[in-house]
Design a protein around this ligand. Sequence first.
Ligand code: IMP
Length: 205
Amino acid sequence: MPGEFEMEDPKLRTILLATNNPGKAAELGVLLSSRGWESLRPDQAGIRCDVSEDGETFAENSARKALAFSELTELPVLADDSGLEVDALHGAPGVRTARLAEGSDVDRTEALLSIMHGLAAPLRSAQFRSVVTIARRGSVLAVGEGALRGTILVSPRGESGFGYDPVFLPAGGKKTLAQLGMPEKNSISHRRAAVLAALEELELA
Ligand code: IMP
């Protein structure tokens, strides 16, 4: 039956990552391998797919990406849609985080800092959110969500990770996500929580 998930099929321990973002793919690959799943990036699977991400919610965009990629492969597919919600900006940039400014991650981080210019520390609280969708052959099999609370600093610190990591200080921590490095980031991140929740749902299905 199309979309049916058969746990006994060994090919299903390999999952296609529905992302063209190398930073995200690297984190997802490590998170999945810690749970016994192999993962492939689209370029490794010979797949090209650009999905418009103009949905109203992370869940909508995540499902769109997973379903679009799942039409192009027999493998199960995992998509993450994520972004930053700043409390003082009523949750913005939210689903528009990737489109906050043209150019690079550095350009977008500068745009965020300039929007938040003059906001004192207590008003700089924020969260990263991630919604992970696992789909196969045009059907959603599982969805997981995660969040990471923290504060947006006034200037970047650290070199690792991607996106807004250099300005995000996790709650209760002293290092930004870009100073922590991937193993520590992966132990606390919004993406980890979302991936694990989705895998749990999948494996219980
Ligand atoms: P998406 O690819 O549409 O999900 O866009 C996510 C946006 O949020 C991009 O601008 C990413 O750089 C940013 N983002 C998502 N997760 C993280 C993270 O873990 N660290 C830093 N930036 C992130």
